[in-house]
Design a protein around this ligand. Structure first.
Ligand SMILES: Nc1nc2c(ncn2[C@@H]2O[C@H](COP(=O)(O)OP(=O)(O)OP(=O)(O)O)[C@@H](O)[C@H]2O)c(=O)[nH]1
Ligand SMILES: [Zn+2]
Length: 295
């Protein structure tokens, strides 16, 4: 009997496809998982057993670094949030909700500003430059910045998110022409649109480099389903963290109080106003929620 370590890249009808030692194994999960109500997720690092009859079984699921339920996926290293500088214009509130949701889950957010061939993006860069969130700019038309995104993906499991039409598919096709993903209108016609629920697959770009193929992975699953408790919220704005212990009152909500170090940092231009506005809007949404409204 032979055991191998691998990663689940696809799940279909009770079978899991595990990549291990450069080979794809079709595996069943051990009955024990069902009994324990544990579902293997795409992205799970697993130990598989190769049986003598040629079949394979998932024996063990290794501890998860993080996981999402909708869509079901585990161990995402980074969330690549693609926003176009225009067509469609970005909503900083939705961006900040998505970024905060990633922070809360322990997934590194990476901001990619697309369509830089259409409009100057300095105004958007200015908002995010001071956050410490990795920031990249690209144009899938001129190809500018694509290399840097590719480099950023290397050795990691990444998921892309962003509104329809921002250019996620165009970017992925530039990164790896073997993907031949269908852009824009065509994919809608084929029913790959947003209403189709589809399993998530991991696409392998190169050794240990995977991208979650999640057509349904719109910002929705991250922003709406996962309201962040007000106590946690300030920590989901990473540039606020150095100031959080410096407010005059320990109960400071960092929205309007006197002696608030976060507000002072906004005043001093260390924290951008737009980010703080998003924080306040998100705080208002959750401030009166009771524990049972939140997961
Ligand atoms: N000018 C310009 N147009 C782009 C760029 N990237 C994508 N587009 C165009 O924007 C449209 C949408 O691009 P897609 O790559 O399909 O966008 P998407 O984010 O994958 O959209 P969904 O599949 O609906 O989620 C297409 O018409 C692209 O040709 C870019 O960098 N510059
Ligand atoms: Zn404060």
């Amino acid at each position: 009997m032979n055991h191998l370590n691998g990663i689940i890249v696809k799940g279909i009808g009770g079978f899991y496809y595990v990549e291990a030692a450069d080979t794809l194994y079709e595996c069943k999960a051990r009955g024990l998982f069902r009994k324990k109500k544990v579902t293997p997720y795409v992205g799970d690092h697993v130990v598989i057993r190769l049986e003598d009859d040629g079949t394979s079984t998932i024996e063990e699921i290794l501890p998860r670094k993080n996981f999402l339920i909708r869509p079901p996926i585990a161990n995402i290293d980074q969330l690549i949030l693609v926003v176009s500088v225009c067509e469609p214009s970005p909503s900083t509130l939705i961006m900040d909700k998505t970024i905060a949701a990633a922070e809360e889950k322990g997934i590194e957010p990476v901001l990619v500003i697309s369509k830089t061939d259409l409009q100057d993006c300095e105004w958007l860069m200015d908002i995010y430059r001071t956050t410490g969130i990795p920031l990249l700019t690209i144009s899938s038309v001129t190809g500018e910045g694509v290399d840097a995104v590719q480099k950023r993906l290397r050795g990691k499991i990444s998921a892309f998110t962003g509104n329809s039409g921002v250019g996620k598919t165009s970017l992925l096709n530039q990164i790896d022409s073997r993907l031949h993903l269908q852009t824009g209108e065509i994919s809608q016609k084929l029913g790959r649109g947003r209403h189709t629920t589809r399993q998530v697959d991991l696409l392998k770009l190169s050794k240990e480099t995977y991208v979650a193929d999640t057509p349904g992975f719109s910002a929705i699953s991250l922003e709406r389903c996962d309201l962040i408790k007000k106590e946690r919220l300030p920590y989901c704005f990473r540039e606020f963290i150095p100031f959080l212990n410096q407010c005059k009152f320990t109960t400071c909500s960092h929205t309007c109080e006197k002696g608030c170090a976060v507000l002072q940092a906004v005043e001093d231009g260390i924290i951008s106003k737009s980010r703080h506005e998003s924080y306040v809007a998100m705080y208002q949404e959750v401030k009166d929620l009771k524990e049972w409204n939140l997961k």
